[in-house]
Design a protein around this ligand. Structure first.
Ligand code: GSH
Length: 217
């Protein structure tokens, strides 16, 4: 498998964690999101991902899909969970399954799209000082993380709602990194920080961190 990725792309980072947790071999193909206007907009990349976003997972002939390109980090993680179920990233109990997807979607649908690079680049055309884009992103992340905290604050499990990591933690850890980049007040989300500490102790999370990626700057 080949993962088109950028060291600091939170959605690529989610998939790196999922691949590592499952112990799967993959090759990284870095795509620079910023240099020369962004390599994601190049013709060759749009051919494999018309949305011009990361990540894309290329399935080689060793995998069930053979030569297919998968996009959307949630879809990729759910695909991996179906074809490599030995280390599950989603619970089987229907209620818990829905709750975990709900947590992940708070980040995937409710936070990340509001602070994505293209949104911030647009805001920077309106206010080149970047004050507007920074406060917009900070507000969106802060609100979303506090909503997430309220759903797990009473949970006593090791991870958000489970005792093994799920796609919710795959989404959470990169989003907390972005929260710090944008200056959010994380004292309001102590339960999320507790779970982050547990994740940080795991090799799968450490190996997925932006700072150890080959294209890290
Ligand atoms: N829902 C998509 C979002 C993908 C996305 O927004 N990726 C960002 C990086 S985390 C990106 O490629 N941004 C490039 C841009 O905005 O030009 C997913 O989860 O894969």
């Amino acid at each position: 498998m080949k993962l088109y990725t950028y060291w600091r792309s939170s959605c690529s980072w989610r998939v790196r964690i999922a691949l590592n947790l499952k112990g799967l071999d993959y090759e990284l193909h870095p795509v620079h999101l910023v240099k020369d206007g962004g390599e994601q907009h190049s013709e060759w990349y749009r051919e494999i991902n018309p949305q011009a976003q990361l990540p894309t997972l290329e399935l080689t002939h060793d995998d069930l899909g053979g030569g297919t390109h998968l996009t959307q980090s949630m879809a990729i993680m759910m695909y991996l969970d179906r074809v490599h179920p030995e280390v599950p990233l989603l619970p089987t109990a229907p209620l818990l399954y829905a709750k975990i997807i709900g947590l992940a979607e708070i980040i995937n649908a409710g936070i990340q799209p509001l602070q994505n690079l293209s949104v911030l680049q647009f805001l920077n055309t309106q206010d080149p000082s970047k004050v507007l884009s920074m406060s917009w992103a900070r507000g969106a992340i802060q609100r979303g993380l506090e909503d997430l905290e309220s759903l797990v604050v009473d949970s006593t499990t090791q991870f958000l709602l489970t005792d093994t990591p799920t796609i919710a933690e795959c989404c959470l850890i990169p989003q907390l990194y972005n929260a710090r980049r944008f200056g959010c007040d994380l004292s309001k989300v102590p339960r999320l920080l507790e779970v982050e500490q547990v994740c940080e102790g795991l090799d799968a999370f450490q190996q997925a961190h932006p700072s150890v990626q080959p294209d890290a700057q």
